[in-house]
Design a binder for this molecule. Structure first.
Ligand SMILES: [Zn+2]
Length: 358
């Protein structure tokens, strides 16, 4: 009887402790729930641009983007070779345009791949549909000296490519992946270990070996799925890469919005040593609701006081209605009008190895 009383007493005590634990958990959950969400987070877990009231193009653009893919054959540009010795030189820093928004950035002996797409199509179904690339990748994945870090700007198929991520993981199994909020799960499903993925919100920071990263805002969208619910269900943005005293900005895929996101980036980081800025997919002008024109890219170059800017997001996939020659021509015109020296904001050729911090 005595022992029974003892057991029931112990059980009662355990219940009190358990309820205290659940109570403290509840109160911390309540506290978290009370904490206001950042403006770009919606209560249903989706994200939004907060810098302007202009709605992004939605279904029109997604339907449109299937239309001009037959022009792929016209999207064929030369691939260049040269400067390979800089890849072998561990004291040299370089950027190599692979195509579209894919840059291979070598900071001395540290290798970064930004928005890698080496596949034939920007599509979930490679053999079936989706924009097909005209020019093959400027460099093969196998030819790159080393990849320590992959940066992803957002989940659109032309920036986050399953085949490329899987190939990178196979070749460099210890590579780290820095991604926007809610994209880690996609990579985990492709076999990337959780421990190798850094998932960041706007203005969050992380250090990966020799570089310090800040995930910065961008005016854009996301969508990766047939259902409308996948629209803006993962975050988008750009990356500031600090390497010693040097600062690089990989802008990702961006529209100007009201410009306040980029003013904030300039305030915190200008002058930027190297900016990677998109210059394609802006015609007709309704597409500047999700992309920047070359002129706007040139304005951003000035805004962040960029010492060296390199163009991207053009000449690879026929996605909207720019003609192949439009982006570099319009960039040249903008440089002239805005008084930017030609050498400060170049559109490198496919495969070109550009020395950084000259
Ligand atoms: Zn995009």
């Amino acid at each position: 009887m005595k022992s029974l009383r003892l057991i029931s007493g112990l059980l009662a005590a355990l219940c009190v402790i358990a309820s205290a634990v659940s109570c403290s958990r509840n109160s911390s959950e309540e506290l978290l729930a009370q904490k206001p969400l950042p403006l770009h987070h919606l209560p249903d877990g989706h994200f939004r641009n907060t810098d302007t009231s202009v709605a992004p193009i939605r279904d029109t653009m997604e339907a449109d983007s299937l239309v001009p893919t037959y022009r792929t054959k016209m999207y064929r540009l030369p691939i260049v070779r040269g400067n390979e010795n800089l890849w072998e030189d561990s004291s040299a820093s370089t950027a190599t345009w692979i195509g579209h928004a894919t840059y291979y950035i070598k900071l001395k002996d540290f290798g970064i791949l930004a928005d890698p797409i080496f596949s034939d199509r920007a599509s979930p179904v490679q053999f079936l549909f989706g924009p097909k690339r005209g020019t093959p990748p400027g460099r093969d994945l196998d030819s790159l000296p080393r990849v320590d870090l992959v940066l992803i700007s957002h989940d659109h198929y032309d920036h986050l490519d399953r085949g490329s991520i899987k190939d990178i993981h196979k070749k460099w199994p210890h590579c780290i992946y820095a991604v926007p909020l809610k994209i880690a799960e996609i990579l985990e499903n492709w076999g990337i270990p959780k421990s190798q993925i850094l998932e960041l919100d706007w203005w969050e920071e992380a250090t990966v070996q020799k570089v310090h990263l800040t995930f910065v805002p961008a005016h854009h969208t996301s969508r990766r799925g047939a259902f409308a619910s996948s629209r803006n269900s993962t975050l988008w943005g750009g990356w500031i890469i600090e390497f010693g005293e040097k600062k690089l900005w990989f802008a990702g895929d961006i529209a100007m919005g009201d410009g306040s996101y980029y003013k904030a980036i300039a305030q915190k980081f200008a002058p930027i040593d190297v900016s990677f800025l998109p210059i394609g997919s802006y015609k007709p002008s309704r597409y500047t609701r999700v992309h920047v024109s070359p002129r706007q890219a040139a304005q951003l170059h000035l805004l962040v006081n960029s010492r060296q800017s390199l163009a991207m997001h053009w000449g690879t996939f026929s996605m909207v209605y720019d003609r192949l020659e439009d982006p570099p021509k319009d960039l040249a015109r903008a440089r002239k009008e805005l008084g930017i020296p030609d050498s400060s904001f170049r559109a490198p050729q496919f495969g070109e190895i550009v020395p950084l911090f000259p």
